[in-house]
Design a protein around this ligand. Structure first.
Ligand code: UDP
Ligand code: MG
Length: 307
């Protein structure tokens, strides 16, 4: 008989968190009176995570371990976990216990009222560094301005999704997977609860500023073509200006003759337009890079084994 709930924990070097994670989520799930499976996806950890997990199998019969063949990143690890899940609902759950396990019960309660998606929204981001708070907020505002598909602010991957939602997400064919975007793209009847997000129990986040910037680019380019279209309008704007300035120069030259000076204005225009053009080529490159990666049709992860 398949369990009602699949809890999916992507793990990259979480050896210090495994013990507490398993005991706390088990307590939370038992008190919610639901049948469940816990799928830990080992995303190519270089520490002892896999061995520790395998040792825990005897204490936790509901534990399933998927071992990826290397580190594929959290988005891929989550996808692997969702594909393996057999529950009527699934909840992605970070292994570092930043999301309190007690909230799982509240998600389940809303699901039982008939919602397909229950979002867990952080009531504040006090546990985040101020710079991350500001940049995250800017990202969501910008993303939601330029994309038709809005992603809710202050909602992470932690949420409950019913079987049919999971089924639709798994059917999406792309292998560059920005999960937060895909989750909201599929839609369905959604509700939101609020909770307080804590700091990491142990270890350090692997999402540094550079990784977050890349994730932001991934999100923007996966869900909007506005950055491509921008150059059409910038081009139109500059061509219009160039037309009037050109006409002015031709006439002044015809009537007043030409005076050679003008180096300063010329070099400014050349440098400025050169910069603008390089930026537009960069944006084109960003999209072409994604088409290139997507066109290879490689799987987003490889499973080494299930334990
Ligand atoms: N994670 C993963 N693969 C990676 C990086 C992270 O599976 O390449 C997991 C990690 O073990 C954790 C979750 O994704 O369970 C969230 O990672 P982290 O806490 O580093 O991110 P943050 O909470 O800072 O967004
Ligand atoms: Mg974390």
């Amino acid at each position: 008989m398949s369990p009602e709930l699949s809890l999916i924990c992507p793990m990259y070097n979480e050896e210090e968190n495994i013990d507490l994670l398993l005991s706390e989520v088990t307590t939370a799930l038992e008190s919610s009176q639901i049948s469940y499976e816990i799928i830990c996806v080992n995303d190519g950890s270089t520490d002892n995570s896999l061995k520790l997990l395998i040792d825990k199998k005897s204490d936790y019969p509901a534990l399933r371990i998927l071992n990826l063949s290397r580190n594929f990143g959290k988005e891929a690890a989550l996808t692997a976990g969702l594909s393996a899940a057999v529950g009527d609902a699934a909840i992605p759950f970070d292994a570092d216990l930043q999301d309190p396990p007690e909230v799982i019960g509240r998600l389940i309660a809303e699901w039982r009222k008939g919602y397909d998606v229950v979002l867990a929204m952080r009531s504040d981001r006090a546990s985040d560094h101020p710079a991350k708070r500001v940049s995250a907020s800017l990202f969501y505002k910008f993303h939601n301005k330029i994309s038709k598909q809005k992603i809710p602010e202050n909602v992470g991957d932690f949420r409950l999704m019913s079987r049919r939602v999971v089924k639709e997400i798994l059917q999406l064919p792309e292998n560059q997977r920005f999960m937060k975007g895909l989750f909201s793209w599929v839609g369905f009847k959604t509700t939101t609860i609020e909770y307080e997000r804590l700091g990491r129990h142990a270890g350090a986040s692997t999402f540094n500023a550079w990784a977050l910037w890349n994730l932001a680019l991934e999100g923007l380019t996966s869900f909007s073509t506005a950055p491509l279209r921008l150059w059409l309008y910038l081009g139109l704007f500059f061509s219009t200006i160039a037309f009037f300035v050109g006409t002015f120069i031709v006439f002044t030259t015809l009537f007043y003759g030409s005076d050679v000076p003008g180096y300063a204005s010329m070099i400014v225009v050349v440098l400025f337009l050169g910069g603008v053009q390089l930026m537009s080529v960069g944006v084109l490159g960003e999209y072409i890079g994604r088409i290139y990666l997507e066109s290879k049709r490689r799987p987003s992860y490889i499973i080494e084994g299930e334990y």
